[in-house]
Design a protein around this ligand. Structure first.
Ligand code: NAG
Length: 127
């Protein structure tokens, strides 16, 4: 019996702190509160179609450090304005001068075969 309690306490000590940390780090807004829409502009650049991308946040907190899945995107693809960079994992990092507030949109164009942008992660600042 006392052995069981010892084990139980050991397990609790290991599990509880990690649980607490993950709760603190968890976002309030779901990933789906950031949407990415894109439409063709009808123009083409160097025989590649141009696209207008519109990232919008409906998170009531401020969105920071937004990353997107963007398969086949490379740093050679020019983005206007230059709000996208590629990290070491090949994910797109959204770099805006200001954090993205509720209702804000980040709009940019690029010319390439269509890139399937999809929100991957972000941090929140809630006040
Ligand atoms: C981006 O999308 C939002 C939400 O749909 C819209 O309100 C806004 O007008 C769009 N901006 C541009 C430049 O298309």
């Amino acid at each position: 019996m006392s052995r069981f309690i010892c084990i139980l306490i050991a397990v609790l000590c290991v599990l509880v702190p990690t649980k607490l940390v993950s709760v603190v780090a968890q976002n309030i807004c779901p990933l789906s509160s950031v949407t990415v829409d894109q439409i063709p502009t009808g123009r083409s650049v160097a025989s590649k179609p141009e696209w207008k991308v519109n990232i919008t946040s409906e998170c009531f907190c401020t969105v920071l450090d937004l990353t997107l899945l963007c398969p086949k995107f490379t740093s050679g693809i020019e983005v206007n304005p230059p709000v996208i960079s590629v990290d070491k994992d090949g994910h797109c990092v959204v770099k805006t001068l200001n954090p993205i507030h509720n209702g804000d949109s980040v709009v940019f164009t690029y010319a390439a075969d269509r890139i399937q942008f999809q929100p991957l992660s972000f941090n929140e600042a809630c006040s």
